[in-house]
Design a protein around this ligand. Structure first.
Ligand code: SF4
Ligand code: SF4
Length: 176
């Protein structure tokens, strides 16, 4: 009996302590939660800032690199540059690995600083080109673009005039 009373007393103590604590529940989506600075969420396509044209040139690199093969692109050839005739992304099967962003030569596909696309209907997560562009306009982009990510991976270049590091000599150097 004594053991039981002590256990009940301990449990009631925990209940009492929590009764006067500030609630930690956030009433999302009425109260938005700020995402961390480096958060990268759902994918989108963007327009070029200078021209307002679609930044995607339909090169299909993102399609080739995507591990679960959820991207499908058709290229539209044009005189000055190419475009994506169609672009679909099955977001419900995306792994969010970011490889598509890393390979994009024109920074056309990006990740957004949001995850606010919850739905009970999978069909709403089959994103076509228009929907992907609309998402790009609707939400804040994340810091990461293909060019920035590639720059981070490249080995730092030696300042001009400095000799090349050992083992990286020019391949055309004559043999002794
Ligand atoms: S984030 Fe990864 S899985 Fe998702 S579309 Fe891009 S490459 Fe495919
Ligand atoms: S999003 Fe980028 S990688 Fe994909 S097809 Fe367009 S230009 Fe190529």
């Amino acid at each position: 009996m004594g053991q039981l009373a002590r256990a009940v007393g301990r449990a009631m103590g925990v209940t009492l302590r929590n009764l006067f604590r500030k609630p930690v529940t956030v009433m999302y989506p009425d109260t938005p939660r700020p995402y961390p600075d480096r958060f990268r969420g759902i994918l989108a396509l963007v327009y070029e800032k200078e021209t307002g044209e679609e930044a995607c040139i339909g090169c299909r690199l993102c399609e080739y690199i995507c591990p679960p093969q959820v991207i499908k692109v058709e290229m539209l050839k044009s005189e000055k540059r190419n475009y994506a005739k169609t672009f679909t992304l099955e977001l419900y099967a995306c792994e969010f690995c970011e490889l598509c962003v890393q390979v994009c030569p024109t920074d056309a596909i990006i990740m957004l600083k949001t995850f606010d696309l919850a739905t009970t209907d999978r069909r709403e997560l089959l994103l076509d080109k228009d929907r992907l562009h609309a998402l790009g306009l609707q939400f804040e982009p994340s810091w990461a673009t293909g060019n920035r990510l590639r720059d981070m991976q490249a080995p730092p270049k030696a300042p001009r005039g400095e000799p090349k590091a050992e083992g990286k000599a020019d391949a055309k150097e004559p043999a002794e």
